[in-house]
Design a protein around this ligand. Structure first.
Ligand SMILES: [Zn+2]
Length: 364
């Protein structure tokens, strides 16, 4: 497989290594040399076996320049993470860095598992980290558990659904679990921003196209039309840099969008915060807020539930979110069969974890 820089996607210049899971996070969650489980090794020649190696060895090629550029984000986020784990307050700028970092880690894990799995799902990575940071509407859900031991783990990252669309995963850090979802116009319409009439897949390119409709300029709660099963604090951030669009839409040039932006020119929306049973609201630019959830969940139960929840998010994102009408019948079949296969595997995982909940006597 061709070696490319995990950030820019080009052959790496002055090659060095980027830790997909940063070293500071590995250190904050236990012995940095400990072995971790990275799913299974599937092979036609050999039996399926566990894939285990030290977190510290989970590295991928990067240009020195690209790596330096993102190390500034890492050091900022390290501090923000410490504040969150210590249950302190953060502001919108810090929340934006956090969400950028989750984009970075999510795409990094996607590229990382694609290499580890030797491209098992036959996906040619058509974007790298740089092109995906801060591009789409994003959500971060923070849950708290009663875990006493330190831990670091992720869920949802080595499923075919994630290989096809790396839009949802969760990351467990000590007592906390973070669920991150990012997708094209994920809640644009319901948060009152311009939104697409219909997303359509265009022939010969693995890309979506749409017409942008005028903003409705008001929030419709809930922002997501599915029951969010995670129990904790939810932050939403609308994003509209339109860096991946063929042309910019004039619909964004609107008073409401300007008022609800941290940085209108860069297309960065304000943070919309929802704390459990409280009324959700827009965060002011100079406001500080807590992300600590009120509810503390049973650690082991939450751990099993997290695996179910992430599979359900992926299935939901996978569910006819775009039209394939423009494709020829063969490509249509291909796209649909991939979606069905991804859903089938996720349903197996959901069943398995629901059985575990039953086995341990936890409520569903
Ligand atoms: Zn590079």
């Amino acid at each position: 497989m061709a070696k490319f820089c995990i950030f820019c996607g080009c052959p790496p210049i002055d090659k060095n290594k980027e830790h997909v899971v940063p070293h500071w996070l590995i250190k904050a969650t236990g012995n940095p040399n400990r072995k971790a489980w990275f799913g299974f090794v599937f092979s036609a020649q050999e039996q399926t076996k566990d894939r285990e190696f030290a977190f510290d060895q989970f590295t991928f090629p990067a240009c020195e320049k690209c790596n330096d550029k993102y190390s500034a984000l890492e050091s900022k986020v390290q501090k923000i993470f410490t504040t969150i784990l210590d249950e302190g307050k953060i502001n919108s700028t810090e929340a934006t860095y956090m969400l950028d970092w989750f984009d970075k880690v999510r795409v990094g894990l996607w590229l990382g598992f694609n290499q580890l799995d030797k491209n098992l799902y036959e996906v040619e990575p058509n974007f790298h980290i740089e092109r995906r940071i801060g591009q789409y509407d994003r959500i971060l859900i923070i849950e708290k558990t009663d875990y006493k031991e330190k831990r670091l783990g992720f869920a949802g990252v080595n499923t075919p659904a994630f290989a096809y669309t790396p839009s949802a995963f969760s990351l467990s850090v000590n007592q906390y679990c973070f669920t991150n979802i990012s997708y094209n116009f994920l809640f644009a319409r319901r948060i009152g921003f311009p939104y697409p009439d219909k997303l359509e897949m265009i022939p010969d390119r693995n890309e979506l196209q749409c017409n942008i409709m005028p903003a409705r300029c008001r929030v419709m709660n809930p922002l997501i039309q599915r029951h969010i099963k995670e129990v904790g604090t939810v932050i939403y951030q609308p994003m509209f840099p339109q860096g991946l669009m063929s042309e910019k839409s004039s619909e964004y040039n609107n008073q409401y969008v300007k008022e609800k932006s941290i940085d209108f020119e860069s297309g960065i929306g304000r943070i919309f915060l929802h704390c459990e049973d409280e009324k959700p609201y827009w965060i002011d630019d100079d406001e500080e807020f807590f992300l600590t959830p009120k509810t503390i969940q049973h650690g082991h139960q939450q751990h099993i539930k997290a695996a179910i929840n992430i599979s359900e998010w992926q299935n939901w994102l996978n569910n006819d979110n775009f039209s394939v009408d423009q494709l020829d019948s063969e490509s249509r079949k291909f796209v649909r069969s991939r979606q069905n296969m991804a859903k089938k595997i996720n349903n197996i995982l959901i069943d398995h974890h629901q059985n575990l909940l039953k086995k341990y006597g936890y409520s569903q």
